[in-house]
Design a protein around this ligand. Sequence first.
Ligand code: FAD
Ligand code: FES
Length: 336
Amino acid sequence: MVTTPLLPSDYLDLVSPLRAGADLRGRIEAVRPETRDAATVVIRPGRGWRGHTAGQYVRIGVDVDGVRLWRAYSITSPTNRQDGCVTITVKAILDGKVSNHLVRRAKPGTLIQLDQATGDFVLPQTKPAKVLLLTAGSGITPVMGMLRDTAFDDAVMIHCAPQPRDVIFRSELHGLAAAGKLRLIEVHTATDGMLDISRLDELVPDWAERETWACGPTGLLDAADEHWSRHGVQERLHTERFRPGTVVAGDGGEVTFSATGKTVDADGATPLLDIGEEAGVLMPSGCRMGICFGCVTPLRAGSVRDLRTGEITAAEPGVLIQTCVSAAAGPCDIER
Ligand SMILES: Cc1cc2nc3c(=O)[nH]c(=O)nc-3n(C[C@H](O)[C@H](O)[C@H](O)COP(=O)(O)OP(=O)(O)OC[C@H]3O[C@@H](n4cnc5c(N)ncnc54)[C@H](O)[C@@H]3O)c2cc1C
Ligand code: FES
């Protein structure tokens, strides 16, 4: 009664936000520039943090202009970091709300929401004898987490970035290469053009024998999926996507967010998550690509299309949809 209308925990949050038993949070300890548009954010997780496996990602909730936005970022620190902090490395993208905020405006001392680390883009228990790491742009981050955690016996990395100065962790990678721990092949796409996957035979002649971890833009990963499948070695390829793959679009429709009382027109290709956020509706989210289920919402009426498969889901009692990978398929009503 003494603390009404706040809860006692709200007061504890003011003095000890990272304590055991509180909702999991983290405090930004430092933001370190890596390239002209990428930075590493050092985060001290609260007491409930259960650690991570190299290659996994964490969902974070950040307040940007007074709105809590959730995004996923791969963990780049090794699992045995002595000070108990973890790092994520973020590349600012054009018009990106959270990435630009973290790279250019986030300040030490800021509290953020954290989820436990998750994801299956990890190494097997037994270290593979020969490894290929195929990355581009910010796709280097989960692989850097692996390289910092594991001393491979025979690892080759192909990394693509527009220019040498855009290669995140470049000096560390060259240090590993100089120490004989990694064979590093940089592809500078501004001068060399995009990596043609058929060049693998020339760049890494034994690529098909190597257990491969690949992370980068959709084009690179789609080409890799196709290449490994065509050569019958798809079980050796492990990929991590930061964005959903193919979009199967159709006709859109009028979308009603009944709890908020808003109705907007939507095309058949834009995720309902984006449509809702654009309309000012409070939409829960996480990875924004269909893997974390942080966006599930009841579909009250009408139909939606899964943008990955084209499959139509029609409203019926208890039906939930992932708004980040669903678009309107005719008029529909989303319970937000
Ligand atoms: C498992 C996982 C791990 C990830 N790890 C990292 C990481 O380690 N480092 C990192 O920088 N990012 C990572 N991401 C991507 C990250 O979650 C955000 O999507 C990214 O930072 C963009 O968010 P934003 O708020 O800045 O952009 P938004 O404001 O959401 O989007 C702005 C515009 O950019 C487009 N867009 C959104 N995401 C991307 C993208 N990834 N590439 C190109 N265009 C995009 C949108 O369609 C929109 O048009 C990861 C994503 C996943 C799912
Ligand atoms: S936000 Fe992760 S599944 Fe939709």
